[in-house]
Design a binder for this molecule. Structure first.
Ligand code: PPS
Length: 569
């Protein structure tokens, strides 16, 4: 029978006095500003959540982890925890040198002695760790589009924990949790990992899992980084707090885990197990499609539904934590209670609401029954996810110069203002270049900065319930996708490809720019001497050749209506 010994585990922090001294000394070191993901990783490295790692992986450990899920010395470790940096920064660093690791406000959190520097084969990492080099996988996308080109590895000396201003009382290091369990005499603890709001079925299944394992229960939600598009952690934690009240008081607790998930399915499940073991747990609930990233670019699941359970089971002795099956619970109407789906006889009425159906009901402001969720949870979700027709959204026009983007965007703006209800802002290409991006030119780098600025402003407008209409050329697919992700975290994104062909745009040549471009007097001109990557799956494509503006604008309005963004009176 698994019983936790709950002795403290090693941390990478120096003593308080040494930390003060080191912090001053580290002020002179070359310093790296950590990305949000690296801050999450560093916190768990320093506090022992990633025990036995002593720092960011060096090349030998990285190769070994990627190839065989083990550190070089054979210890099971499924996830490359690496410090990716820019080539520019890496070029300045010598092997053996100490660097300071700073948070986004410039506070030094740790130093690292760089023992290894290499350029990883990201395609191999994607294939081996995530199962496919497919950009539809969020971690693969991150690897190719956000992570720096060079990895640095080496041991860490921890100076201070990253600062969190939210839910402080709910955040615990592994040793704090271990001490808490010791104090309460909890020796068998089932951990439940989650990145979603909990409803009644989750409460039933977790409570049942704990009862079956004769253990206490730790609700251990991830609040670091989860899958793009997930419900934000502020809302989720308010929901979890409401659900926590539904368990018998002495049986269950909750702690927040500042993990940056990779959505790596089976490997991630093993990683989650090791992390929970470090937090003093003895059991871990693994369900269907654990940490699944969704569909790949061919529309299929990245991993089989039980791959994670299989890999976990194979390694559970080594992880040192027992897997508990996630029992799929459904509501039996005749008996007014939840029961495991596999124990229900024929002939009874089973009720269930899928995740997709729940999102639809929230989006359309429809009823969510009490048998499905707790009223407090539903009310929290409704606050952050108002019906789609009340949420902010962004209409993002993209197309060649002279394709008609601005004209249609203007017409759409006026029509939306006539309807009323939400503030509308037009971020037209020329306006943005004047007020936000006046120092930028038209190189790929500058265009990307320009589009990301537009995306940022639009995401803020969307977040706060307004409508942003953007109309830049935005020639690069990857940058547009980045903007989409930024915005979809807060509301809908409607990409409209103004697909007027180049010949037509050139024929119109309202600003005379095509002529100058042809004569070589304007360099890097989109469509002439610079690329335009047409969207493959925009929400809408309109070609203005032979169509009047009003008709095009009407098509956009109808699309918005179809997307549920404009409600009837
Ligand atoms: S981008 O690529 O999205 O950053 O471009 P954008 O900010 O929309 O700016 C496009 C407008 O700038 C004028 N212009 C050029 N366009 C393309 N290529 C080059 N080299 C260039 N130089 C100036 C042009 O008038 C574009 O306006 P629109 O409204 O699209 O015609």
């Amino acid at each position: 029978m698994s019983i936790s010994n709950l002795a403290p585990i090693p941390e990478l922090y120096v003593s308080h006095e040494s930390a003060q001294k080191l912090k001053v000394e580290a002020g002179d070191l070359p310093s790296w500003d950590l990305t949000p993901r690296q801050i999450c990783d560093l916190e768990l490295l320093m506090n022992g959540g990633f025990n036995p790692l002593k720092g960011f992986l060096d090349e030998a450990d990285y190769d070994s982890v990627v190839e065989r899920m083990r550190l070089e010395d054979g210890t099971l470790w499924p996830m490359p925890v690496t410090l990716d940096v820019s080539t520019e920064f890496a070029d300045k660093i010598e092997i053996g040198q100490d660097i300071a690791l700073r948070d986004q406000e410039g506070v030094i959190l740790a130093t690292m002695t760089v023992t290894s520097r290499w350029e990883p084969d990201k395609h191999r990492e994607a294939e081996k760790v995530f199962g496919a080099d497919d950009l539809a996988h969020p971690a693969v996308y991150y690897l190719h589009h956000s992570a720096g080109r060079i990895y640095l590895g080496g041991p860490i000396t921890g100076i201070q924990q990253p600062v969190h201003y939210d839910f402080r009382a709910r955040r615990d290091t592994p040793n704090e949790l271990r001490a808490y369990f010791r104090k309460l005499g909890w020796r068998r603890i089932v951990a439940f990992q989650t990145r979603n709001p909990l409803h009644r079925a989750h409460q039933e299944l977790t409570f049942r899992a704990a009862k079956e394992a004769q253990a206490n229960l730790l609700i251990h939600p991830v609040v670091g980084m989860t899958k793009p598009g997930d419900v934000d952690h502020f809302t989720r934690v308010r929901c979890y707090e409401a659900v926590l009240d539904k368990y018998p008081q002495a049986t269950t607790t909750m702690s927040l885990l500042n993990l940056a998930m990779r959505m790596a399915g089976p490997r991630e499940a093993v990683w989650h197990g090791l992390i929970r073991k470090n937090h003093g747990c003895t059991h871990f609930i693994v369900g269907r499609d654990h940490a699944g990233p969704g569909k790949n670019s061919a529309g299929e699941d990245f991993y089989g539904p039980y791959d994670a359970q299989e890999l976990f089971r194979k390694h559970q002795d080594e992880i040192g934590i027992e897997m508990v099956d996630f029992r799929h619970m459904v509501y039996v109407q005749e008996r007014a209670q939840y029961e495991p789906a596999d124990e229900i006889e024929d002939g009874v009425t089973v009720l269930n609401i899928s995740g997709t159906e729940l999102r639809r009901r929230l989006a359309e402001g429809l009823e969510i029954p009490e048998w499905f969720s707790f009223p407090e949870v539903v009310s929290e979700l409704r606050k952050t996810r108002p019906a789609r027709s009340k949420q902010g959204f962004t209409v993002f026009f993209t197309g060649l110069s002279g394709s008609g983007k601005s004209t249609i965007a203007n017409a759409v703006m006026v029509k939306l203002m006539e309807m009323g209800g939400r503030p509308v802002t037009l971020l037209d290409g020329d306006v943005v270049r004047k007020h936000l991006s006046s120092e930028l030119g038209f190189s790929k780098e500058h265009r990307d900065i320009n589009i990301r600025r537009i995306g940022y402003v639009a995401s803020e407008i969307t977040k706060n319930g307004g409508i942003a209409i953007c109309a830049p050329i935005a020639p690069y697919s990857a940058t547009r996708r980045g903007v989409r992700e930024m915005i979809e975290a807060y509301g809908a994104f409607c990409e409209v490809h103004v697909a007027t062909p180049l010949e037509e745009c050139e024929k119109r040549d309202r600003k005379g720019l095509y002529k100058l471009a042809r004569e070589g007097k304007i360099k890097e001109f989109t469509g002439i001497s610079d690329p335009y990557e047409a969207p493959e799956t925009p929400e809408l494509a309109v070609d203005t050749t032979g169509l009047d503006v009003d008709n095009c604008a009407q098509q956009v309005i109808l699309k918005l209506e179809q997307m549920g963004l404009i409600a009837g009176r």
